[in-house]
Design a binder for this molecule. Structure first.
Ligand SMILES: *[C@@H]1O[C@H](CO)[C@@H](O)[C@H](O)[C@H]1NC(C)=O
Ligand SMILES: *[C@@H]1O[C@H](CO)[C@@H](O)[C@H](O)[C@H]1NC(C)=O
Ligand SMILES: *[C@@H]1O[C@H](CO)[C@@H](O)[C@H](O)[C@H]1NC(C)=O
Ligand SMILES: *[C@@H]1O[C@H](CO)[C@@H](O)[C@H](O)[C@H]1NC(C)=O
Ligand SMILES: *[C@@H]1O[C@H](CO)[C@@H](O)[C@H](O)[C@H]1NC(C)=O
Ligand SMILES: *[C@@H]1O[C@H](CO)[C@@H](O)[C@H](O)[C@H]1NC(C)=O
Length: 418
């Protein structure tokens, strides 16, 4: 038996053990199975983007205890995950607690975008390219996720629901995506009632995360390495298929629980105390994520360049493409819809002061809300108390806007709930 086969053999045994010992009932389930188990009615739709990607839209039209003869013109809420995230994030906490369900239970018609590079339901991901084979498929960042995926989703959902406008929530780099869309296609301002930014800011100049900051400074080196290795994804498929069962095994055996937590927390620099132990299995069941290398590089460029800019091809190519050694800047001020920012007091990736820098360019910030005393980047999706710390104030804001009670501009609020 050669070495590769041995590795595969061991991996499949691990995988089998995970299957036997998996404690959380959601671990082995796909999106449809999970949503069914949670008991919410839902629908699968598909939109086609201008550049040929096929995007799943997962709709939760009503809450768990609601009848079919509810008002037909409910407020529509579109939710987008960040790079490395997926719609699974928004149902992971399960019945009544996960954000998709929380909003559906409160009379929102909830649509989750399954952006390019993420698997949800349909396997065909592009009209021309095969996502497992063609590097062209992975040629994107938050830019394309915004100007194509979100744009196509907004148009599809407004048409399907016969509404004029919708609410938008973006987590992490989905905030960058919506700002890219509004900068490049400002007519989309007219299709939005309001946007809520969860743990995201188009301007990110520093982080409380020295190792990632260093990588950002050295991003050209990093890009070079990815190019030499020919990695169009940060975790190519063979690596993913090997790591995934190991990760899952770690998270089931109590001895390894701490390692497992640390892996989840590699998305922040501190441990979260807000996530239930058994949820880690579900979170890591899908890890490591499929993540376009270019998407990671574009985010790093922005940290290095200290402003919200187009993709950085290096000074020479930039001069050719953008007419300047620095990449072209997005127009942040083009976002004129009511905008709310939700920050975590201990989020080490997107700091609150970065959101303030963004707000200096906006004329319509309606809420700046800090969640504390301890709330981190992933807590926006998975924290035990996210329901009343985060989703409840969001619902209140949206209902106020629906009722014409737009709050006076920039209310800075701090929640010190535990
Ligand atoms: C739905 O329609 C009713 C009656 O036309 C109206 O009062 C209500 O505000 C509408 N709701 C939304 C969310 O548009
Ligand atoms: C990636 O897309 C850009 C346009 O967005 C194009 O100019 C470039 O040639 C593409 N690169 C690859 C490797 O497909
Ligand atoms: C709009 O929705 C209707 C069904 O409600 C559908 O027949 C039509 O193709 C949709 N149009 C677009 C442009 O998606
Ligand atoms: C940016 O958008 C704002 C608001 O629409 C507009 O007034 C301004 O002229 C734009 N700036 C640039 C450089 O396009
Ligand atoms: C923000 O600026 C835009 C474009 O300059 C304008 O149309 C809009 O009314 C302004 N919004 C507020 C709340 O001042
Ligand atoms: C979560 O909220 C409950 C109240 O519903 C509170 O008793 C509990 O201490 C909170 N837990 C954390 C970890 O914040």
């Amino acid at each position: 038996m050669n070495r590769t086969r041995l590795v595969l053999f061991v991996v499949s045994i691990l995988d089998y053990c995970v299957w036997i010992y998996g404690v959380h009932p959601d671990v082995k389930l796909n999106f449809i199975e999970r949503a069914k188990r949670h008991g919410y009615p839902f629908e699968v739709h598909q939109a086609i983007t201008d550049d040929g990607y096929l995007i799943d839209l997962l709709r939760f039209p009503r809450g768990i205890s609601k009848s079919e003869n509810e008002p037909k013109n409910k407020s529509v809420l579109l939710i987008m995950h960040g790079n490395g995230g997926s719609p699974h994030n928004f149902i992971a906490m399960g019945r009544k607690k996960a954000p998709a369900y929380y909003f559906a239970d409160r009379n929102f018609d909830v649509w989750l975008i399954c952006g390019r590079g993420v698997h949800c339901v349909n396997n065909r991901k592009h009209q021309k390219y095969d996502w497992n084979r063609d590097p062209e498929y992975w040629n994107f960042s938050f830019h394309e996720c915004g100007i194509y995926d979100i744009a196509a989703s907004i148009d599809y959902v407004l048409n399907a629901t016969k509404q004029q406008k919708l609410f938008y929530i973006g987590h992490s780099s989905a905030v960058n995506s919506i700002f890219a869309l509004l900068s490049e296609r400002p007519e989309y301002n007219n299709k939005l009632k309001a946007i809520a930014n969860y743990a995201g800011s188009p301007i990110i100049t520093e982080m409380d995360y020295p190792s990632i900051e260093l990588v950002c400074e050295l991003s050209n080196l990093f890009k070079g390495a990815l190019k030499i290795l020919d990695f169009h994804e940060v975790f190519p498929r063979t690596i993913r298929d090997t790591i995934n069962p190991i990760l899952r095994l770690f998270c089931i055996d109590r001895k390894f629980k701490f390692t497992c937590k640390t892996l989840v927390m590699s998305f922040s620099s501190h441990l979260s105390y807000n996530i239930d132990e058994d949820l880690y299995e579900v979170i890591l069941g899908d890890a490591p994520p499929r993540f376009a290398s270019k998407a990671l590089c574009h985010l790093m460029d922005n940290v290095k360049n200290g402003y919200f800019r187009f993709y950085d091809h290096g000074p020479k190519m930039n001069k050719k493409i953008y007419g300047h050694t620095l990449p072209r800047a997005y127009n942040i001020s083009a976002c004129v819809v009511p905008t709310a920012f939700f920050s975590g007091a201990t989020d080490s990736i997107v700091l609150r002061k970065e959101m303030w820098k963004t707000q200096e360019y906006l004329n319509n910030t309606v809420l700046d809300y800090e969640i504390g005393p301890s709330f981190m980047h992933v807590d926006f999706l998975f924290a035990r108390n996210a329901t009343f710390k985060l989703y409840e104030p969001t619902v209140k804001l949206f209902n106020d806007i629906n009722n014409g009670k737009i709050p006076p501009r920039i209310i800075r609020k701090r929640s010190n709930l535990n």
